[in-house]
Design a protein around this ligand. Structure first.
Ligand code: ADP
Ligand code: MG
Length: 369
């Protein structure tokens, strides 16, 4: 099987690595000729808006998939639907925060209250309804907390909107006073069979995922996992989805609100490489290639910690028991995801101690290795 992946970041790299033992050969494209998939899979530098070259490139591919949402609509719609998984409609619905929220609204799935804003007066009116603080976000191209601003009483709206609002379409959301955040990964096969990974607790710092781990028994409160699965099924079915999808949730006293979803493999499920019977990467490939899905149950107690902005001494990291290191081969830059570690232990007490230790070790600012 030849799988073409649009995007050459760490997700493409880990997909290619997962495909290797199954003789699923991944090839990647990215506008950046030095994208990090290139060291493990063939990489061709093609801009995402060059659909002519992309159509030429996919001729040899049995299946086409993508590892990021920021692909122009014209390109995604030009791809042959029979070979593209997840389908174009999944990418189109999730690459724009407004369309994503409207889809949830249509399916009666709860989200934070929101409003599109094209003008400063609309922003003022929306804030009047939503209350403060509120979160202003670009509708497209946001990731790792980029392209979003918290608006408080003190924010002078006119100059602020003048700086950001006149350039790109925006959406404003109610700031959710969540208890914690969670993410659910599921995989759906061509025949509709669906499997769920355990619900995962996530923790973001400055908008970037810092750590993620499956819920502990005492966090399984008030039936949130069944609610998360119900929401997932509604979205997967509405989108006629094939592959791995992840939904990010705010956990509130009144249950779950959908924050956003990703039509692809996702950072919150990296722990599945060592911590699940079949990883999210392998299961995505199995699903889009039409193979039977792998088991999604967890193995041991796991947590993933991202290495953001710098990588500390490999000797120190690799000397920790139960630690698995994944480096993406990217140039260090503040706020950039350079790798992750997954900790796996036989009991949750050891995992908690190990997680504390690694969080201390890997904190920015950095110890240069
Ligand atoms: N409406 C909101 N209320 C409270 N926190 C928010 C809200 N929107 C985003 N955040 C915080 O910012 C993080 C990143 O925002 P998100 O919308 O998921 O964008 P990204 O695409 O960058 O991941 C969230 O995980 C959450 O911690
Ligand atoms: Mg997010």
């Amino acid at each position: 099987m030849n799988v073409g992946i649009l995007g050459g970041g760490q997700l493409a790299r880990m997909l290619a690595l997962a495909g290797w033992p199954l003789d699923i050969r991944c090839r990647t494209i990215d506008p950046d000729p030095y994208a990090c998939s290139g060291s493990v899979a063939p990489l061709t530098a093609i801009p995402f808006d060059d659909s002519t070259r992309i159509l030429e490139w996919i001729k040899d591919m049995d299946v086409i998939t993508y590892e990021l949402e920021h692909i122009p609509q014209a390109t995604i719609e030009s791809l042959p639907a029979s070979r593209l998984h997840p389908p174009a409609q999944a990418l189109l619905a999730t690459q724009d925060r407004l369309l994503e929220k409207k889809l949830c609204e249509k399916l009666s799935i709860p989200t934070a209250a929101f409003s599109p804003v094209a003008h400063v007066n609309e922003l003022r009116n929306a804030i009047g309804q939503l209350g403060l603080p509120a979160v202003l976000k670009t509708r497209r191209y946001g990731y790792d907390g980029k392209g979003q601003w918290i608006i408080t009483q003190a924010t002078p709206l006119e100059p602020f909107f003048g700086r950001v609002g006149t350039m790109v379409p925006l959406i404003v959301e109610q700031h959710v006073d969540f208890e914690w955040e969670a993410a659910l990964a599921a995989v759906r096969a061509l025949n509709g069979t669906t499997r769920f990974y355990p619900l995962t607790r996530t923790h973001q710092e400055k908008g970037i995922l810092r750590w993620a781990r499956p819920l502990l028994p005492n966090e399984q409160s008030a039936g949130i996992e069944p609610q998360a699965r119900e929401i997932m099924i509604a979205l997967l079915e509405a989108l006629n989805y094939v592959g791995v999808m992840v939904i990010e949730f705010f956990v509130t006293a009144n249950g779950l609100l959908v924050n956003e979803m990703a039509p692809r493999v996702h950072n919150s499920a990296h722990w599945t490489i060592e911590g699940a019977e079949c990883s999210q990467f392998e299961n995505h490939l199995r699903a889009i290639c039409g193979y039977p899905l792998g088991a999604t149950e967890s193995v041991g107690h796991c947590a993933t910690v991202n290495l953001v902005g710098h990588v500390m001494s490999m000797n120190q990291l690799l000397s920790l028991p139960g630690l698995h290191l994944h480096l993406y081969g990217k140039m260090p830059r503040p706020g950039r995801k350079l790798g992750h570690v997954t900790l796996r232990h036989q009991d949750s007490g050891n995992l908690a101690r190990s997680l504390d230790q690694v969080l201390k070790y890997t904190k920015e600012p950095l110890i240069k290795s």
